[in-house]
Design a protein around this ligand. Structure first.
Ligand SMILES: [Zn+2]
Length: 205
C-alpha cells in the first residue's frame, strides 16, 4: 500500500492567506508529489529519497508553485492535462491576477507528460489512473492511486467548487460530479482535495 503524506503550504497573498495541499505519495521505491508548492518542505519530507514524478491536478497558480523547483532539483517529469501548460505563464489563466499579483512559471516541453482524456500509467511501482474532470477549469484531472483519489479543487465536502474562472464550466462540473458519485458510491475512497482536510467519499454521499 502506498502512504500519503499531506504537506500543507500557506501562501500569503495581499488579501488573505491561502492554504494549499501538496501530497507526497510513496511506495517502497517510488515517490510522487501531487501539486508541489514548497521545495524545501518536499526535500525535507523526502529525506534521502528521490522524487520520481509530479502530478498536477490543474494549472491554477496555487497548485503549480513548486513544479519548476521539482524539475530542476530532481529532473522529474510533470504529468498534467494537455490544457495545463497554457496556464503556466499566463496570470489570467492561472488566476494569480484574481489575487492582484502575477505568477508565471516555465517548464521545458521535454519535462512534461501531457494527458488527454482518461489514461492509465505507471511511475516506478505506482499505478495511476488519470481522469479528465472538466468544470473547475479545462485542465482538471482526478488521479486515482489504489483507494486514494486526488481531486484538486473539483470536489470538496464543506466548500463550494469555484466555476467563475477562465475555462470553468459549471454544467460540465455538475455532470462530472454526478457521474463520479454514481460510479464510486460503493467504494470508500480517500479523497484528497487541494484545500481543506482530506475526507472519505462516504462523507458526501
Ligand atoms: Zn483551482
Amino acid at each position: 500500500m502506498v502512504k500519503v503524506k499531506l504537506m500543507p503550504y500557506i501562501y500569503h497573498t495581499a488579501s488573505r492567506d491561502i492554504t494549499v495541499n501538496s501530497y507526497l505519495v510513496s511506495s517502497d521505491s517510488t515517490n510522487v508529489v501531487i501539486d508541489p508548492c514548497d521545495i524545501d518542505a518536499i526535500v525535507e519530507t523526502l529525506g534521502t529519497r528521490k522524487l520520481d514524478a509530479v502530478l498536477l491536478t490543474h494549472g491554477h497558480w496555487d497548485h503549480i508553485l513548486g513544479i519548476k523547483d521539482c524539475v530542476e532539483r530532481f529532473g522529474c517529469k510533470v504529468y498534467a492535462s494537455v490544457n495545463a501548460p497554457a496556464k503556466f505563464a499566463d496570470p489570467h489563466l492561472n488566476c494569480s491576477d484574481t489575487h492582484n499579483f502575477v505568477y508565471q512559471t516555465h517548464i521545458p516541453q521535454s519535462s512534461l507528460v501531457l494527458l488527454q482524456g482518461d489514461s492509465n500509467f505507471v511511475i516506478g511501482d505506482i499505478n495511476v489512473t488519470a481522469q479528465h474532470f472538466g468544470g473547475h477549469c479545462d485542465c482538471s484531472i482526478f488521479y486515482y492511486i489504489q483507494d486514494n483519489c486526488f481531486v484538486g479543487d473539483s470536489l470538496f465536502v464543506h466548500k463550494v467548487v469555484h466555476t467563475e474562472f477562465p475555462t470553468s464550466n459549471a454544467t460540465e462540473l455538475a455532470i462530472n460530479t454526478k457521474n463520479f458519485l454514481d460510479s464510486h458510491r460503493l467504494e470508500n475512497l480517500n479523497i484528497y482535495p487541494g484545500h481543506t482536510d482530506p475526507y472519505k467519499l462516504s462523507e458526501i454521499i
